[in-house]
Ligand binder design. Structure first.
Ligand SMILES: CC[C@H](C(=O)O)C(=O)SCCNC(=O)CCNC(=O)[C@H](O)C(C)(C)COP(=O)(O)OP(=O)(O)OC[C@H]1O[C@@H](n2cnc3c(N)ncnc32)[C@H](O)[C@@H]1OP(=O)(O)O
Ligand SMILES: [Co+2]
Length: 133
């Protein structure tokens, strides 16, 4: 694992939270991007090496919709940059972590991603990200 690539925050209204986090961080989001496969609309703020990713659900089946329904708005996941996502997935699986997808999938911000089940990570949803070169 390299650095924390981003912290994902589940929000009800991306536009309202964009305004709030722009004030909080003193920067505007550098991109807004939908990921249809995840049922999310995201916006990204650069904060040094790590980003803040705000996520709004675009349909009721979205993991973000379910999360907000159950837990309300707040920190949703921590994403780590990895050099070789397939090697890291194999290593983590051999260590007993539960992969939520067996094949890397296309994420936002030009990444291949994989998620680990929170029940194998002290109830923290972890995302692995590899930059698509
Ligand atoms: C990929 C695009 C973008 C990017 O960065 O590129 C994103 O980050 S998209 C982010 C949204 N997508 C995902 O989160 C995909 C992975 N998530 C899932 O597969 C599910 O959300 C899952 C399996 C984590 C939870 O599914 P579900 O809510 O249907 O199941 P449960 O409600 O039964 O939850 C099981 C258990 O996990 C706890 N839980 C759920 N979400 C979280 C969370 N974000 N952090 C910590 N714990 C979480 C939930 O409370 C249940 O625990 P229990 O003790 O059994 O109550
Ligand atoms: Co993410």
């Amino acid at each position: 694992m390299q650095h924390v690539e981003h912290i994902g925050i589940a929000v009800k209204s991306l536009s309202e939270s964009n305004t709030l986090f722009s004030k909080l961080l003193g920067v505007s989001p550098y991109k807004q991007e939908g990921v249809e496969s995840e049922g999310v609309l995201t916006s990204f703020f650069q904060t040094g090496q790590t980003k803040i990713e705000l996520l709004e659900a675009t349909n009721p089946d979205s993991p973000i919709a379910k999360f907000i329904e159950k837990k309300g708005e707040g920190i949703h996941h921590i994403a780590f940059e990895v050099e070789d996502i397939e090697a890291e997935m194999a290593r983590l699986k051999s260590e007993g972590f539960i992969l939520l997808n067996e094949v890397p999938k296309k994420g936002a911000d030009n990444k291949l991603v994989c998620f680990l089940h929170p029940k194998s990570t002290n109830s923290v949803l972890v995302e692995l990200c590899q930059t698509i070169k």
